[in-house]
Write a protein that binds this ligand. Structure first.
Ligand code: KIV
Length: 283
């Protein structure tokens, strides 16, 4: 992939070229810069922000202003990757009008290139309205965390014929409505393979096996930094939480015993201390 800024067309072309698409989440500028430098093609400012950064127990409470605040920070660190903003719960479900107004804010106010919304056939009209307004859309089906309650919790979806067919129909409806890609979350690998084969647009899997056109993970999970709950499909490529904890306790110990800051980490000056005190007394 060239070093120029990537567009949705580049992402769609990767499917045709048989090149896997890499997607990771970011919530701040420093991680965003590292993802961009590593050559990750799509950076997703996801509403998992609510759990991994803001301390909520689900994605449901996340607001538009929280998403825009973090998306703006991420956009300052991304030069090449396609930047996708996740539309939070109730920012697009209420009407096509609200969806377009809120979706537009991700592009106008936060520098995003596209938005992601959850939902299948029932969201086709919203996708169509967003795309008509010039806002590229990534769909998201399977386990949809914003409505996990309706799905009976955080469970694998599409395991029986009826629900598998529903998911295939959802993916086709999103493609037909103009989505440029579809996230498949927590679906059996065989179903993801069928959906991937049937769609012209790329599928991005998370807990959906190896046959998807691309893969996405929550970056904090990949780095071993979010210890509260780690889904079984996550592969931790680093185990940073213990290292970070060790750095914090070493800092605490060294400050308390006076070994930090040492001379190497302090500034010095030529002036004798006695002169400072004298000049001070002279005034
Ligand atoms: O909120 C999230 O983290 C997601 C995943 C697809 C990464 O939606």
């Amino acid at each position: 992939m060239p070093n120029k800024k990537l567009t949705v067309l580049d992402i769609v072309a990767m499917k045709a070229a048989g090149e896997k698409i890499t997607v990771l989440t970011a919530y701040d500028v420093s991680i965003a810069r590292m993802l961009d430098n590593a050559g990750i093609e799509v950076v997703l400012v996801c509403d998992s922000l609510g759990m991994v950064v803001l301390g909520y127990t689900s994605t449901v409470p996340v607001t538009m202003s929280e998403m825009l605040h973090h998306a703006r920070a991420v956009s300052r660190g991304v030069n090449r990757a396609l930047l996708v903003g996740d539309m939070p719960f109730m920012s697009y479900q209420t009407s096509e009008y609200e969806a377009v107004v809120n979706g537009g804010r991700f592009l106008k106010e936060a520098g995003c290139d596209a938005v992601k919304i959850e939902g299948g056939v029932e969201m086709a009209g919203v996708v169509r309205a967003l795309v008509r307004a010039g806002i590229p859309v990534m769909g998201h089906i399977g386990l949809t965390p914003q409505t996990a309650g309706q799905l009976g919790g955080y469970k694998v979806q599409g395991k029986d014929v009826a629900s598998a067919r529903r998911l295939l129909a959802a993916a086709l409806a999103l493609e037909e409505a103009g989505a440029f890609a579809v996230v498949l979350e927590c679906v059996p690998a065989q179903l993801a393979e069928v959906i991937t084969r049937e769609l012209k647009i790329p599928t991005i899997g998370i807990g959906a096996g190896v046959h998807c056109d691309g893969q996405v993970l929550v970056t904090n999970d990949l780095l071993g930094m979010f210890e509260k709950f780690v889904p079984s499909f996550v592969k931790a490529y680093a185990n940073l939480a213990p290292q970070i904890n060790e750095a914090f306790t070493s800092y605490r110990d060294e400050v308390k015993n006076g070994s930090y800051p040492d001379t190497e980490h302090s500034f010095t000056m030529q002036l004798p201390v006695a002169k400072i005190l004298k000049d001070h007394g002279d005034k």
